[in-house]
Design a protein around this ligand. Sequence first.
Ligand code: NAD
Length: 438
Amino acid sequence: MKIVMVGSGYVGLVSGACLADFGHDVTCIDKLEGKIEALKRGEIPIFEPGLADLVKTNAAAGRLSFTTDLSGPVSRADAVFIAVGTPSRRGDGFADLSYVYAAAREIAQALDGYTVIVTKSTVPVGTGDEVERIVRELRPEADFAVVSNPEFLREGAAIEDFKRPDRIVIGTEDLRAQGVMGDVYRPLYLNSAPILNTSRRTAELTKYAANAFLATKITFINEMADLCEQVGANVQDVARGMGLDNRIGSKFLHAGPGYGGSCFPKDTLALIKTAQDYGTPTRIVETVAAVNDQRKRAMGRKVVAACGGSVRDKTIAVLGLTFKPGTDDMRDAPSLSIVTALQDAGARIRAFDPEGMEQAKALLPPEVIYCADAYECVAGADAAVIVTEWNIFRALDLDRVRSLMNAAVLVDLRNVYRAEQVRAKGFTYVDIGRGVLE
Ligand code: NAD
């Protein structure tokens, strides 16, 4: 099949490379010339495990190509995926659909023969209707269908998620389009991935409902963690005791500094706005978003408390900047709020992240000092804070860390260490929700 991916970011590039790996003929498009030129040279603009090899193999096999001009590839395509960004709109937090609609207009001009236009971007209910209206208005005679096919991959495990998804949601009532989508994903039937055929609006909402539920689960356990600290209970044991119940499940019950990343914050906000617009507010999700927002900055206060109530003129080593391990994505990472809160309180920040520092430099204040590794980062620091649970922070040489630091204070916002083990090394150790009553 001939497939076009409009937008070659985390989702477009991974989806494009995986679909090429299934044997389809895929063209990835992006507006950014630099990105496309780099991809043509075999350079991958993002960090995603396994992606470089997948792109290289499929490009060499002639199944995956890159261009900035969508007209030729779209005119020959069976399916055109829209995988552009849908960030929060400035001001009101609703999803900014300008990139989606711009892509729809460009695609419309290039259509030739029956084509399925697929929104893979996360878009609010009704966006598919608007994409259809835009294309129909520009090309009344065109033969096309608009399908919603939301993406559920996780950064850091994106290829595995795309190739072995828990489910594929295909939102269309057009049987011909359903057939084309069936052909696109046929290789996955072999992996017996469940395909859920739904209406377009149902598919659009399913994606938001799933993300809002996951955000709720995280926020729930974070609040339990705060309670654990007050009552002298251990949130990891509480989570395990809850999660072993099949009705609850153990995933997404890890207490931490609050959810971040390129999806949960913006998708919860967009769902809240949509629900308000339709007169059916989602109070639970509204609360989740508000609680999570406050939590990130509160983590800064937790560090201040661990430092005896003040960080003025103290040096804080921040270990991990990305919103989770396995990615270089810094969008809405909790580290952004934590670093700013600490700087506001008068601290100097040293930071290290294995993959995210280039992206972090664009988002964090210029005073942050970036270090080459964890040990350089903690040198001379009055406290070290584990913000992202990269594997390399799980097995630090604590004696070496202690000898390098000015004061042995470790704030572990991901609960990667055992308290006794760290305290035995002479550290003041603060974690999340593993309270011990004094
Ligand atoms: P991204 O910002 O990494 O990539 C989007 C790309 O689209 C950019 O490279 C941009 O230059 C390009 N683009 C914008 N307008 C274009 C146009 N008219 N023509 C060609 N290219 C254009 O975004 P992303 O993280 O890949 O997310 C894309 C969508 O997928 C979003 O709606 C997001 O919510 C959703 N999603 C993301 C993830 C994730 O983990 N990142 C997971 C599931 C769903």
